[in-house]
Each structure stands twice: as structure tokens, then as C-alpha cells.
Design a protein around this ligand. Structure first.
Ligand code: FES
Length: 79
């Protein structure tokens, strides 16, 4: 992952979304927040695409809203 691209992406996030980057955002499937951010930056611009790349939200989708929040900030044309 291009560090400059990652840095720019992180700057777009509000403070509360920048926390715990290396902790699991999806605890059901052990997927850290940073892995999900990388997937978005690699072109996964929908929840389905993120699921396909990372398995985050696979199953009962309890982290779906947190993933959608990241998509809102990192894929602005979606909103
Ligand atoms: S925390 Fe992601 S599916 Fe449960």
C-alpha cells in the first residue's frame, strides 16, 4: 500500500474513525480496520466488494454500519 495514499485517506476521516486502526473492526471475522481501509483504497467501494475482499461483515453484518461510515468518508461520490 502506498503510504502517501493511505495518509491522505486517513486525513479524510474524523478523529473517532482514525482510532484503533490495527484492532478488529469486524470482530466476528477478525478483520482490522486498517485492512478494510486498504480494501477501500484498492477499489472495494461497496459493502459487497469489501466482504468479498476481506470477509468483514460476512455472516450477521453487525459491523455493517461502521463499514458504511468508512465508505462515506473515503468514497465521497457515493454520498
Ligand atoms: S463484527 Fe463484523 S460481522 Fe460481526
Amino acid at each position: 500500500m502506498n503510504q502517501e495514499l493511505l495518509q491522505k485517506a486517513l486525513e479524510q476521516l474524523p478523529e473517532h474513525l482514525k482510532r484503533n486502526l490495527t484492532k478488529n473492526l469486524c470482530v466476528c471475522n477478525d478483520v482490522p480496520k486498517l485492512t478494510i481501509i486498504h480494501a477501500i483504497l484498492n477499489g472495494a467501494h461497496t459493502l459487497q466488494a469489501i466482504k468479498a475482499q476481506t470477509y468483514a461483515s460476512e455472516g450477521n453484518e453487525c459491523c455493517k454500519q461502521q463499514i458504511e461510515r468508512l465508505l462515506e468518508y473515503l468514497v465521497p461520490e457515493k454520498t
